[in-house]
Design a protein around this ligand. Structure first.
Ligand SMILES: [Zn+2]
Ligand SMILES: [Zn+2]
Length: 328
C-alpha cells in the first residue's frame, strides 16, 4: 500500500509514511513560527504583499496579502465551493476548519481550542498521528498546510531553499537525479520519483560504497599491473631507440601518417599517460581512505572515480585477468 500523501512510498500500516508524518509535524511548527513574524510585515504600503525592500522570488498563484493571512478564524469554508475567495484565507481560518473537522471525525466530544494560530496548531499537532492513521482526508490536509506555508514564507520574506542535488545514482533507475528536499525528511529521484527516508538514503549509499569497494580492490591491482607493463615497455623503447621521435627521423616504409601515429605515441607520451592514470588511482585510494575515516562522507566521489577507473581499464579488457564485472 502506498502513502496517501506522497502516493509513492510503500507503507505497512496506517495510510501515511514516517517521512510524511515527520514533514506534517514540522510544517505545522514552521507555520506557527512564520505566523509570529507576520505583524512585522504589516507596515503601511505592504497590504498587497508588496515588500518595501527586497523582492519576492517566484510569482505566487494567489494574491499574497499579510492582512488576509493574519485575519482571525472565520466560520467560512476553506474549500471555497463558489470560487469567489479573492484573497488568501487566514491561517487561523484554515487551521480552525481542520480542528472542527477532526473533532467531528473523532467524535470524542473534545473541547475545541481557542481559535488562535498557536493553540490550533498545538491541538492539531497533538492529533496528527491519529489523523495520519485514521482521517480520510489527511491528503487534503497536507495540501492545505503546504499551501499555507508558501505564501507565509513569501510574505515574511523567507526564501525557499532549493533542493540539494546528491551526487549518487538512484537505487531504482540508476540516474544521477537524487535531491534532498529542504525541510523534509526525504530524498527524491527527479527521474523515476523514488522516495527515500534519510535512513534509507544512508543505507543505500553504504551499500553503494560496499559494492564499489568489493569490485575496486582487484580493479585497482589489475590497473596497477597493466600500467607497470605499459611503463616497462615505454622505457625499453626509450632506451633502445636510436632515433629522435619525430616523423622525419622515422622515415618508415609505411605511410607518413603511420609515422605520425608512432611519434604521437612516443615513449614520453606513453609514460605521461601512465602517470595520469596512476594519479587517478591515487585519487581513488585517498578518497576511499577518507571515506573510511569519515563515514558520513558523500559516496558520490567514490562512485564517480569508480566509473572513471572502469573506463580506464577498458582498453585492457583483452587481458586474461580482466573481470567482466568491471565493464562499465
Ligand atoms: Zn509519505
Ligand atoms: Zn530514479
Amino acid at each position: 500500500m502506498k502513502c496517501v500523501i506522497d502516493q509513492r512510498r510503500d507503507i505497512e500500516s496506517g495510510q501515511v509514511c514516517d517521512g510524511c508524518r515527520a514533514w506534517l509535524a514540522r510544517t505545522l511548527v514552521e507555520i506557527v513560527e512564520l505566523y509570529a513574524l507576520l505583524p512585522a510585515n504589516l507596515t503601511p504600503g505592504q497590504a498587497q504583499g508588496q515588500r518595501v525592500s527586497g523582492s519576492r522570488e517566484a510569482p505566487l498563484p494567489l494574491r499574497v496579502d499579510p492582512l488576509d493571512l493574519g485575519m482571525p478564524a472565520r466560520a467560512a469554508t476553506v474549500h471555497d465551493p463558489l470560487g469567489d475567495q479573492i484573497g488568501l484565507l487566514s491561517v487561523a481560518t484554515v487551521l480552525d476548519c481542520w480542528a472542527r473537522d477532526w473533532a467531528d471525525v473523532r467524535a470524542m466530544r473534545e473541547t475545541l481550542p481557542e481559535p488562535s494560530v498557536a493553540e490550533l496548531a498545538k491541538w492539531l499537532g497533538n492529533r496528527t498521528d491519529w489523523a495520519c492513521d485514521h482521517h480520510p482526508a489527511i491528503d487534503e490536509y497536507a495540501i492545505e498546510i503546504e499551501a499555507l506555508r508558501h505564501p507565509l514564507r513569501s510574505v515574511v520574506g523567507v526564501s525557499e531553499i532549493p533542493p540539494e542535488h546528491l551526487d549518487v545514482p538512484c537505487r531504482r533507475c540508476d540516474l544521477m537525479d537524487l535531491h534532498r528536499l529542504p525541510g523534509q525528511d526525504r530524498v527524491e529521484c527527479g527521474s523515476c520519483g523514488d522516495l527515500l527516508t534519510e535512513d534509507e538514503y544512508s543505507r543505500w549509499t553504504k551499500m553503494l560504497v560496499a559494492d564499489i569497494r568489493s569490485h575496486m580492490k582487484e580493479l585497482v591491482e589489475f590497473l596497477r599491473a597493466r600500467l607497470d607493463e605499459d611503463e616497462h615497455i615505454a622505457c625499453g623503447a626509450q632506451r633502445t631507440a636510436d632515433f629522435a621521435w619525430v616523423p622525419a627521423a622515422l622515415q618508415s616504409r609505411w605511410d607518413a601518417r603511420v609515422d605520425d601515429h608512432i611519434c604521437r605515441w612516443s615513449p614520453e607520451r606513453a609514460l605521461a599517460e601512465v602517470a595520469a592514470k596512476r594519479a587517478l588511482l591515487t585519487v581513488y585510494t585517498e578518497a576511499a581512505a577518507w571515506y573510511d575515516a569519515n563515514k558520513s562522507a558523500p559516496a558520490g566521489e567514490l562512485h564517480g572515480l569508480y566509473i572513471a577507473l572502469q573506463h580506464i581499464a577498458l582498453p585492457y579488457a583483452g587481458h586474461p585477468d580482466y573481470d567482466e564485472a568491471w565493464r562499465p
